[in-house]
Design a protein around this ligand. Structure first.
Ligand SMILES: CC(C)(COP(=O)(O)OP(=O)(O)OC[C@H]1O[C@@H](n2cnc3c(N)ncnc32)[C@H](O)[C@@H]1OP(=O)(O)O)[C@@H](O)C(=O)NCCC(=O)NCCS
Length: 312
């Protein structure tokens, strides 16, 4: 019992905020941001644009890509940490806006930047149990809701956007979501968390230190569990938080950088949308081809971390 990927879609807000734009509003420089993070630009949502708005567009594009309607979907999961409303879930709003008449189950899950890996983990379990024929996974974030323009150490790191993937049940266990692992350490809460007044509290160096341990560990676990080596993997799509972290993970895994997908330069850190947006970007630009094996390691606030192995 497995799955296969049958559709994808993404949405990035129109407004692009470059490092030069930041230079005009705070004491920072393109040079600092580029050398510390690899980020050159990020997309910022309009004030009136919500996570549900972005998620709905990405979801519709994924349905169009798969040649389906919302009636064909058996479950919607949205990985988000930045919904405007505490209730109802973004997933239910997406279902409603797309005109679902099939009483589709829909819920959000919060795994911060690892959210899309948690969603893939749940989807794998549902497919293995034979519970759903088609599952839509959406990663959607409006990180600008948490950006404090008076804190230059975090403001430059994040961006907004949404991505959606549709998986269908398959009798092959070697396609779609092949394997997943997810973990957490609530003891590391102080590394990175949101505050009640919607700001980001981050111990940058400690978060960095944990990231370069957690992502390679999760990647190694998956390779060992799936009985493969780095030679079998066509692409690694790491969580797009910081280019230096990605370089360090590649070195830990002894994996060549030309097989590591980088979108942090153009999207910055879109948290739960990061990996889904990156895969959509790779498809749109012909970088990753159907049938290739992709390893997806991620980490984020919690701390949470994990990895997924997907044949796309
Ligand atoms: C945030 C991060 C880029 C900072 O890099 P760093 O190498 O630790 O920073 P450095 O020690 O080189 O520099 C810190 C200095 O830069 C300054 N600085 C911080 N942000 C700045 C900015 N945007 N522009 C210019 N200077 C900045 C600080 O005030 C500090 O100055 P000081 O030394 O005078 O006090 C790095 O710690 C990091 O990437 N951590 C992980 C963050 C992350 O990925 N979070 C998301 C996880 S999902």
């Amino acid at each position: 019992m497995g799955s296969r990927l049958i559709g994808y879609g993404s949405y990035l807000p129109e407004h692009i905020m470059t490092n030069q734009d930041f230079e005009r509003v705070m004491d920072t420089s393109d040079e600092w941001i580029t050398t510390r993070t690899g980020i050159k630009q990020r997309h910022f949502a309009r004030d009136d644009e919500t996570v549900a708005d972005m998620a709905t567009i990405a979801a519709q594009r994924a349905l169009d890509n798969a040649g389906l309607t919302i009636q064909d979907i058996g479950l919607i999961m949205v990985a988000t940490t930045t919904p405007e409303l505490d209730f109802p879930s973004v997933a239910v709003q997406v279902a409603g806006r797309l005109g679902a008449k099939n009483n589709v189950p829909a819920f959000d899950l919060r795994g911060a930047c690892t959210g899309y890996i948690y969603a893939l983990h749940c989807a794998r379990g549902f497919f293995t149990a034979g519970m759903h024929r088609r599952i839509m996974i959406i990663g959607a974030e409006k990180m600008t809701r948490f950006i404090d323009m008076s804190d230059r150490s975090t403001a430059v790191l994040f961006g907004d956007g949404a991505g959606a993937l549709i998986f269908e049940h398959s009798s092959s266990s070697y396609s779609g979501i092949i394997d997943t692992v997810v973990m957490s350490d609530g003891g590391a809460f102080d590394c990175l968390h949101g505050t009640p007044d919607h700001k980001i509290s981050m111990n940058g160096p400690e978060t960095y230190r944990r990231a370069v341990q957690c992502m390679p560990a999760a990647a190694r676990y998956i390779m060992q569990h799936a009985g493969i080596t780095s030679e079998n993997i066509d692409w690694i799509i790491p969580h797009q938080a910081n280019l230096r972290i990605i370089h360090s993970c590649a070195a830990h895994l002894d994996f060549p950088m030309d097989k590591i997908l980088i979108t942090v330069d153009r999207h910055a850190n879109t948290s739960g949308a990061s990996g889904v947006l990156a895969l959509a970007y790779a498809f749109d630009n012909g970088i990753i081809k159907a049938g290739q094996l992709v390893l997806y390691p991620a980490f984020g606030s919690g701390l949470t971390w994990g990895a997924a192995l997907i044949r796309v």
